[in-house]
Design a protein around this ligand. Structure first.
Ligand SMILES: NC(=O)c1ccc[n+]([C@@H]2O[C@H](COP(=O)([O-])OP(=O)(O)OC[C@H]3O[C@@H](n4cnc5c(N)ncnc54)[C@H](OP(=O)(O)O)[C@@H]3O)[C@@H](O)[C@H]2O)c1
Length: 215
């Protein structure tokens, strides 16, 4: 059994991670500012803000793996980057793996090309989120503590509460270059993305690197 903490465990991504991890028998803790109306049995739901150092430390202490699944959309905006830097320090100090849930726009259209977030094609309503989440992966690559075992997972382009998709029980992973299917589509359901993330905890394959997940 692995002890997994999900920061933002009640959100779209976080709740799917928690459901998958709990179903596998892991010891799961969620941190969010408000508690969900429906709670999964066996999961510890902590109420508190990740911006509160004591709440963050309590949530991370004792965890083998910590997922960061807050969205810049939740009001933090650019403050998400220093918050995730604090989380990286905490995880490194306690020897936990850190899995950051990132954005599709942090991927690249081709090897060595600028990230999508750096181009002009990101819809204006997603522009800040894309920029912040690209800055987070750049921070991890360039500045994360040397002893931190981190991974940064980017979902497909069509992913999120607005595009739930149909779970298939399968997924594909790539590096920092976006994967598309034969029809040029990039999509992943919430449960399938969670499958990939919890698989990464159970059988680590990505260390100090970014990867994309699509169907
Ligand atoms: N296609 C894409 O690229 C794509 C699409 C969707 C999401 N994403 C990425 O996936 C990640 C997660 O997004 P999401 O849509 O799953 O998130 P979400 O549904 O908005 O959930 C955010 C979670 O964070 C919690 N939260 C917010 N502020 C917090 C704070 N200060 N302290 C503690 N908890 C806090 C929320 O609960 P409370 O409000 O109760 O605190 C909630 O549990 C983000 O990085 C986002 O960019 C990418």
């Amino acid at each position: 059994m692995t002890s997994i903490t999900v920061i933002g465990g009640t959100g779209y991504t976080g709740s799917h991670i928690i459901r998958e991890a709990a179903a596998r028998g892991h010891q799961v803790t969620s941190l969010s500012r408000s508690l969900p109306a429906e709670q999964l049995p066996g999961v510890t739901y902590l109420a508190g803000s990740a911006t509160d150092p004591d709440a963050l430390r309590r949530a991370v202490t004792g965890a083998d793996a910590v997922f960061a699944a807050i969205s810049p959309r939740a009001g933090l905006g650019e403050d998400l980057l220093p918050l995730y830097a604090d989380l990286a320090d905490l995880a490194a100090a306690s020897g936990a793996r850190l899995g950051v849930v990132g954005g599709f726009s942090a991927l690249r259209p081709a090897a060595g090309a600028p990230r999508f977030a750096e181009g002009d094609d990101v819809p204006p309503e997603f522009a800040e989120e894309a920029r912040v989440m690209a800055a987070v992966v750049d921070y991890l690559i360039d500045e994360a503590p040397e002893n931190l075992d981190w991974f940064y997972a980017s979902p497909a382009a069509s992913y999120g509460a607005y595009a739930p998709g149909t779970p298939t029980g399968t997924y594909r992973t790539g590096g920092d270059v976006a994967l598309f299917d034969d029809d040029g589509e990039s999509a992943i359901s919430g449960p399938d993305f969670a499958l990939a993330l919890v698989d990464e905890v159970d059988k680590p394959r990505h260390h100090r690197t970014q990867f994309g997940v699509t169907s």
